[in-house]
Design a protein around this ligand. Structure first.
Ligand code: CAA
Length: 379
């Protein structure tokens, strides 16, 4: 990779690669098969500093920055994309939201525990009837003196079943347009974890419903300004989309690596299939697309790291391109493997399934196109 990392970034990414290949990769197929969260692996990433990469050291983070985070996400995703999404949510949706919108007391209380992996966090926006259109959410927060009472059901929440802290988005006020965000601890009465989803891919991650039933939280649990909840969600998702793009790049790169290795080993017509032009062209296209997405990834991560005020369009373009690129690359990887690529014994079967969600969560490809178009058109 030719991107000019500084020494700290290089070491961070190298450390993520070593840990992922040694500890996560050997267990990934089994966690996928059992649909079980690799919580030990995720928490270990915290102990190594990979769950608080954009959090300043004053708040217990490793402050490695968004570029090192993007590179590390690629490495973790190459080994286990389920663990990687847990890492992405923790860094770019949970920590970043608290860092940018939290009070000093919230930062001091939550960030050190989240950065070290002692606590896992989740970002609960989606509902059964509010996916691409979170503004239509129905979970309510009603003010009652010095507290708020939350009611409603969220779904498809990544890390839902393992979360100690929940960032939850609600609506309130007389016309229901007053969106607000809260930090809820899992032991709060009235909060419970609902249905655990059985998924096509990223099966080593937790995706659940979260239920709030007369769940009373103090006014100090409000994250950011009352009435600005949706804005907090959408601002935070700009950074989140970098993490998901990195996940897509990692999955694609793993699919490419597997394909190159297989093409050199697999003998047909008396020679390795790597000598067939049809296979070479697929590998060449795969490598070119991965490289392009990776270049874009580090550019947008750099924009975030260097304090660009807004990178909404760039993050949407990146997530759109990287996730659809990953789809094309994983498709070709299965093709290069032929019938074996369809079998669970081969890693590309899992990569093909894991890739699919990157085109859906944190905004579908259609939402990314909408975000890009409205920026272009000045809407
Ligand atoms: N940065 C800062 N502010 C932003 C913003 C951004 N990127 N995007 C919008 N805003 C602001 C707007 O200016 C507006 O502010 P005001 O109220 O002050 O005017 C406010 O936020 C609301 O914005 P919109 O009116 O544009 O909102 P909208 O209802 O038209 O929705 C949308 C726009 C782009 C379609 C948005 O709803 C969207 O991104 N949808 C996709 C939802 C999504 O990504 N969900 C992911 C769930 S989380 C997840 O998937 C995590 C996981 O599991 C891994």
């Amino acid at each position: 990779m030719d991107f000019q990392f500084n020494e700290e970034q290089r070491m961070a990414i190298e450390g993520a690669r070593r840990f992922s290949q040694e500890k996560l990769a050997p267990a990934a197929a089994e966690f996928d098969e059992k649909a079980e969260v690799n919580l030990k692996g995720l928490k270990e990433l915290g102990r190594l500093g990979y769950l608080g990469m954009t959090v300043p050291e004053d708040y217990g983070g490793s402050a490695m920055g968004a570029v090192a985070y993007a590179g590390s996400m690629v490495e973790v995703s190459k080994a286990d994309a389920g663990v990687a999404v847990g890492m992405s949510v923790q860094n770019s949706l949970v920590n970043d939201a608290i860092l940018h919108f939290g009070t000093e007391a919230q930062k001091t209380e939550f960030l050190p525990k989240l950065s070290s992996g002692e606590w896992i966090g989740c970002f609960s926006l989606t509902e059964a009837g509010a996916g691409s259109d979170p503004a239509s959410m129905r979970t309510t927060a009603a003010r009652d003196g010095q507290s708020f009472v939350l009611n409603g059901t969220k779904n498809f929440t990544t890390n839902g079943g393992i979360a100690d802290v929940i960032i939850v988005f609600t609506r309130g006020g007389p016309d229901g347009r007053n969106n607000s965000t809260f930090l809820v601890k899992k032991e709060t009465p009235g909060f419970s974890v609902g249905k655990h989803e059985h998924k096509m891919g990223i099966r080593s991650s937790s995706t659940t419903e979260l239920v709030f039933q007369d769940c009373r939280v103090p006014a100090s649990a409000l994250l950011g300004e009352e009435g600005k909840g949706l804005k907090i969600a959408l601002t935070t998702l700009d950074g989140g989309r970098i993490g998901i793009a990195a996940q897509a790049v990692g999955i694609a790169e793993a699919a490419l690596d597997e394909s190159v290795r297989y093409a050199k080993e697999r003998i047909q017509f008396g020679k390795p299939i790597a000598e067939l032009e049809g296979v070479q062209f697929m590998l060449a296209d795969m490598a070119t697309e991965v490289e392009l997405a990776k270049t874009m990834l580090f550019r947008v991560a750099w924009m975030k790291e260097s304090g660009h005020k807004r990178f909404t369009k760039e993050a949407a373009m990146l997530k759109l391109f990287a996730s659809e690129m990953s789809h094309r690359v994983c498709h070709k990887a299965v093709q290069v493997h032929g019938g074996y690529g369809y079998m669970k014994e081969y890693k590309v079967e899992r990569l093909y399934r894991d890739q699919r969600i990157t085109e859906i969560y944190e905004g579908t490809s259609e939402i990314q196109r909408y975000v890009i178009a409205r920026t272009l058109l000045g809407a």
